[in-house]
Design a protein. Structure first.
Length: 115
């Protein structure tokens, strides 16, 4: 079985760090942070844990910037979403789950062009 490593993009890392900083004062942010940590473990156990997003719906930003040709969505508390793509690692014995974004519902709708 291939080893699974979860890596955050700079954008997702920034949101994760921000949630970490404010989680001690905000119950909602703490629940989102806890959910992210749990979902990362679930992705490590099952790389296809998230809901697949149709290739035609993958935002161009992800295709261009990260060469993403697959995308999975994970639901988080308070209508937040975590988006990740799967790639092969540097060796044939590793799979990378690359977290592209962690965003709230409003930003998610904007990114996918929903009203």
């Amino acid at each position: 079985m291939k080893k699974v490593r979860v890596i955050f993009s700079p954008e997702a890392e920034e949101v994760y760090k921000h949630l970490n900083e404010i989680s001690s004062t905000s119950k909602i942010d703490r629940s989102i942070l806890t959910a992210i940590n749990k979902k990362v473990e679930l992705i490590k156990a099952n790389i296809h844990y998230g809901e697949p997003i149709a290739k035609k719906l993958i935002p161009d930003e992800y295709k261009i910037k990260y060469e993403a040709n697959n995308l999975f969505r994970v639901e988080l508390p308070n209508f937040w979403r975590m988006l990740y793509t799967l790639t092969e690692g540097e060796s044939q014995i590793e799979i990378i789950a690359f977290v592209l974004d962690v965003l709230n519902h409003k930003d998610y709708n904007k990114k996918f062009g929903y009203k």
